[in-house]
Design a binder for this molecule. Structure first.
Ligand code: SF4
Ligand code: SF4
Length: 136
């Protein structure tokens, strides 16, 4: 079923492109990303996916989301943070040296990390190669 996963990911990537293209041209964020990835893989150890209170209070929806994300992205559930509303995953493709073993087909959450289009100052992991600067 790898072909099906890849076909779905192509649509997801297209969706990501259509979402990010106007942001780059028309709706620029206050923050600009500087630096570059050191490929340490720390951001792949624990991947936090936010759910709404309604979503996480539904066992059916939560299980469906866990199955879908695990299948599509090859993520592995570590825990559910019920109160904070997070599903926390790790990834099968993280190599021992921290690099990505599925770089070409990596999901949007990986492509868009670290996100800087928030009003608050973005927070990076310690020793991350990226920093965020205010746009002049
Ligand atoms: S924590 Fe930062 S430097 Fe390390 S892999 Fe993630 S983005 Fe790259
Ligand atoms: S697909 Fe690659 S970049 Fe994304 S979480 Fe897995 S190892 Fe990290």
């Amino acid at each position: 079923m790898t072909w099906l996963k890849r076909l779905i990911i192509v649509f997801v990537l297209l969706d990501n492109f259509l979402l990010n293209f106007p942001k780059k041209i028309l709706f620029k964020s206050r923050w600009v990303l500087a630096g570059k990835c050191k490929q340490c893989g720390k951001c792949c150890e624990e991947i936090y996916l936010k759910m709404t209170p309604n979503q996480i209070s539904s066992k059916f929806f939560t299980n469906l989301a866990i199955r879908w994300i695990s299948w599509l992205f090859d993520f592995i559930l570590i825990r559910v943070e019920q109160d904070a509303g997070y599903l926390v995953f790790t990834c099968k493709h993280r190599l021992r040296d921290g690099r990505c073993g599925n770089y070409f087909w990596r999901p949007n959450i990986c492509r868009n990390y670290p996100l800087v289009d928030y009003f608050e100052e973005p927070k990076m992991l310690p020793d991350c190669g990226f920093t965020a600067k205010l746009r002049h």
